[in-house]
Design a protein around this ligand. Structure first.
Ligand code: NAI
Ligand code: MG
Length: 366
């Protein structure tokens, strides 16, 4: 049956970049016979405006059933005054939590045409293609006890790093599965030298590797050394798997290896559904960019690359995902740039929809 795709454009530039993705989805339907059962719904401020909640229960139920969810961005100054319980971000958090999306995939990929744009030396980033897998639903951001307590006559702030074997095992499996479809290498990062959870992390990853993935090359690194290596020579890595806290820091650092926020996709995956596909939410890393919303300036590539990830990881269309990535590479090589990818050198930037059209034209030429 036709795979289902739930589109949640959200707020700010979310709907603007998503409109370009829809052009590409239509192209795949018309020209490649790749049909999706696409439906649209509200999330974030847009949902709050209509329903008084950033994620309606019906939308949540549709997301649980969809083969993949594609989200734009949520939030904006208009909603900053709202109570915490109905803030736009809560819509996104509810999706991640109720779908139990424990593996957050953040690729750091450098298109050759943009290698000069990175703040690092060109030879360090040109051709870079790594994937950070961050555990997303456990660890120090969730562990109990947590709180600010009174201890004698002063206060103490407490968070608890806590991982069960099964939480480590499932995200390790996600990383090994990914590695098999890529460079077949996993580097696991923790701090087993100073943390109990790190010792367990290393043990469990090693056990899963020996029992199920001995064909994949596995290495271990302390996360601080890993941060250093990521900046020094990132091309040594293929897949990096790490916990929630270290993954938060490492994935933000890795993202900046490649330049603009407007170029960065992500995926969050959960357990396999009955049809074998993982629960999945795809979204650009960037937010709703209120400073440029409504002006046609947003770069749609992060959102388009998020759809490419959906093709690869939810719909088993790796070749079509590569076709889309190559089309983007070609558009960039031809000099097309949205404003965020330009310096002050007088080149006229493309609008959001011009960039979308250029990508469709490049697909057309494949
Ligand atoms: P942001 O990512 O929206 O914007 C940061 C800067 O990058 C801005 O100057 C923006 O114009 C630029 N930028 C972002 N995406 C771009 C794109 N596709 N093309 C061109 N330029 C782009 O982060 P900010 O400003 O911190 O947050 C704005 C709103 O977005 C807030 O309400 C925040 O809570 C929300 N937000 C939502 C996220 C999500 O939906 N996952 C993630 C981050 C922030
Ligand atoms: Mg972060």
């Amino acid at each position: 049956s036709t795979p289902s795709l739930l589109i949640l454009p959200g707020d700010g530039i979310g709907p603007e970049v998503m409109a370009e993705v829809v052009k590409i989805i239509d192209w795949y339907g018309d020209k490649r016979g790749l049909k999706f059962d696409v439906s649209h719904d509200l999330v974030g401020g847009a949902a709050y405006d209509k329903h008084g909640t950033p994620l309606h229960d019906d939308t949540m139920a549709r997301a649980q059933k969809a083969d993949a969810v594609l989200l734009g961005a949520v939030g904006g100054p208009k909603y900053d005054v709202l109570d915490f319980s109905v803030k736009p971000e809560r819509g996104l958090l509810r999706l991640r939590k109720e779908m139990d999306l424990y593996a957050n995939l953040r690729p750091a990929q450098c298109f050759d045409a943009l290698a000069d744009f990175s703040s690092l030396k060109k030879d360090v980033v040109a051709g870079l293609d790594i994937m950070i897998v961050r555990e997303l639903t456990s660890g120090i951001y969730f562990g109990e006890p947590r709180g600010i307590f009174k201890e004698g006559n002063e206060r103490v702030g407490v968070n608890t790093q806590r991982y069960t074997e099964s939480e480590i095992a499932r995200v390790a499996r996600s990383a090994f599965e990914l590695a098999r479809r890529r460079g077949n290498k996993v580097c696991s990062m923790e701090k087993a030298n100073v943390m109990e959870s790190g010792i367990l992390w290393r043990d469990v990853v090693t056990e899963i590797h020996q029992a199920e993935y001995a064909d994949v090359e596995l290495s271990h690194m302390y996360a601080d050394a890993g941060a250093m290596q990521l900046c020094r020579w990132p091309k040594q890595f293929d897949v990096i798997v790490t916990d929630n806290l270290f993954g938060d820091l490492l994935s933000d650092a890795a993202a900046m290896l490649t330049g603009s926020l407007g170029m960065l996709p992500s995926a969050s995956l959960g357990a396999p559904m009955e049809n074998g596909r993982p629960k999945a939410l795809y979204e650009p890393v960037h937010g709703s960019a209120p400073d440029i919303a409504g002006q046609g300036k947003a770069n749609p590539i992060a959102c388009v690359l998020s759809f490419a990830m959906a093709l690869r990881y939810s719909f088993d269309q790796g070749d079509e995902a590569t076709r889309l990535e190559n089309a983007i590479e070609k558009v960039l090589a031809d000099g097309a740039r949205t404003a965020d990818l330009l310096g002050e050198d007088g080149v006229t930037p493309l609008s959001t929809s011009q960039m979308g059209d250029a990508i469709v034209a490049a697909l057309e030429a494949t």
